[in-house]
Design a protein around this ligand. Sequence first.
Ligand code: FES
Length: 111
Amino acid sequence: MFGRVNTAVPFTRVIKFNELTAGQAHPFRVAGQDLVLCRVDDQVYALDGVCPHVGGPLGHGTLHGRMLVCPWHAWEFDCATGQHDRSAACRLTTYAVSLVDGDVLVDLPDA
Ligand code: FES
């Protein structure tokens, strides 16, 4: 169904934009990686889906504006930067997202 767009474009098609509910986090797994897509209004962000605290499933977290809140112990991360709200040393990996013809494409390094 979804997969690498082509070898010249290093983005992987993940989901249709209209399948993402605004204001919610969405878990997905691509090439063995757990990731989270966050839709904030009409902007989509892609980040690591495993919380660096003790492995909580960030794809099942909640969004407060642009902040993604882990469902286990409520650590918060900025969707755009991956930055933890209180620790400068803690940051999730973020992935570039492109919207093309209604599809959400994510630049995954090992897809
Ligand atoms: S596992 Fe995410 S805050 Fe604890």
